[in-house]
Design a protein around this ligand. Structure first.
Ligand code: FE2
Length: 381
């Protein structure tokens, strides 16, 4: 598995030379999943991943149609939402997609301006700016559509000091398992339909002011059987990175196509969360029941020939199945969970960067082969 690096591939593409940072985005504010049973999902993310309960909205806070649990680990904030009554958009989303990411909320200084700038450039509005207020202050939000039924909410919270958003109360929760070392969202990947990658690359460039960071072609990321294409979009300050995947023709079904079939359309494929000690984090996650993709031990046979010197002990990495890749600026360590719900859709990536700014291209082949083994078992290859 020899990987050669195109040294220009990590530079910004000429087509979209620089992100025009008209928003700008301060970071990811939260990621909201619509799930069938938010109470039990919250238990899973706390117990298995080490998130802590921070805020809650439901019947007790006057929310009659939905319940939401807000969980946090360092800078990563997850919101898990379930409907409390039949009908309505949350049930429709669940019926169509199963559990999955609905809202990728972005932290901005000005929700009004963010909505105006993006809709003026062609974004489809979900709602114009709204002001929410409680005793902790004011939050303004606005929202636009992205791929599939996924939404970007712009959150302006400089005048707010409550636990999450107006309407939420502090979740007084005695059960707070210890953290596992997850720090922030490194990137979030979207799967889009056949031939739609460039449309969404263009959306992030023209509507959101993002730049294209890295380009793969399908030769880079295919195995004998399955293939995909991927481009990475980043905002001006580099805090937000959204790779966009589309399926490519192979002898058998692309893993992206399998996702599209089970999610019933485009959506978030994986959330990559960063740690600064992947050995420790993955050891904890495994002990707490998080399931990871299995990589054959032969992956490690020629590892040092491929990646050169690394600080970690190869045996320790091998034991946990952690993957390593190098680019011009350093290396990275990464590992992928199995899907976190029953449909083969959303999964997580655990990543530790040691200088590398890329996304593990050299691991794609090993990874795809691991995914194909799972697809084979599901009868969807
Ligand atoms: Fe990733």
């Amino acid at each position: 598995m020899q990987t050669t690096y195109d040294t220009t591939s990590l530079k910004l593409k000429k087509e979209f030379p620089e992100a025009e940072d008209f928003l700008p985005l301060n970071g990811t504010d939260y990621v909201e999943l619509y799930v069938g049973n938010a109470k039990q999902a919250a238990h899973y993310y706390k117990t298995a991943f080490g998130f802590q309960g921070v805020a809650y909205a439901g019947l007790e806070t006057g929310s009659k149609d939905r319940v939401s649990y807000v969980l946090q680990q360092d800078k990563i904030r997850l919101v898990l939402t379930s409907p409390l009554a039949p009908g309505g958009p949350i049930n429709e989303h669940l019926q169509k997609h199963g559990d999955g990411v609905k809202n990728v909320a972005l932290w901005v200084d000005d929700a009004q301006k963010s909505w105006e700038e993006t809709t003026r450039r062609g974004a489809e509005s979900v709602y114009a700016v709204q002001e929410h207020e409680d005793k902790h202050g004011k939050v303004r939000t606005s929202a636009i559509k992205t791929y599939g039924d996924t939404v970007h909410i712009f959150v302006e919270r400089s005048a707010y000091d409550g636990p999450f958003l107006p309407g939420f109360k502090v979740w007084e929760d005695e059960y707070q398992p210890s953290a596992t070392g997850l720090k922030y969202i490194d990137h979030m990947v979207g799967n889009v339909g056949w031939g739609e990658m460039n449309k969404w690359v263009d959306f992030y460039a023209r509507v959101m002011g993002f730049a294209q960071l890295v380009s793969f072609d399908d030769k880079d990321i295919s195995t004998e059987y399955t293939a995909l294409m991927s481009k990475v979009m980043t905002n001006g300050n580099g805090r937000i990175k959204f790779p966009i995947n589309e399926p490519a023709e192979g002898k058998k079904k692309s893993q992206i196509e399998e996702y599209l079939d089970f999610y019933n359309g485009p959506g978030v494929q994986h959330i990559a969360v960063a740690t600064d000690n992947i050995l420790d984090t993955v050891k904890k996650l495994k002990a707490r029941g998080v399931e990871f993709l299995y990589v054959p031990t032969s992956y490690y046979d020629d590892l040092l020939d491929r990646v050169g010197h690394i600080d970690e002990d190869v045996e320790a990495l091998k034991e946990l199945g952690i993957l390593i890749d190098r680019d011009d600026e350093g290396y990275l360590l990464q590992l992928f969970t199995k899907p976190v719900a029953d449909r083969p859709t959303l999964f997580f990536e655990i990543i530790q960067r040691k200088g590398a700014k890329s996304f593990g291209k050299g691991n794609f082949k090993a990874l795809f082969e691991a995914i194909e083994r799972e697809q084979e078992m599901r009868g969807t290859l």
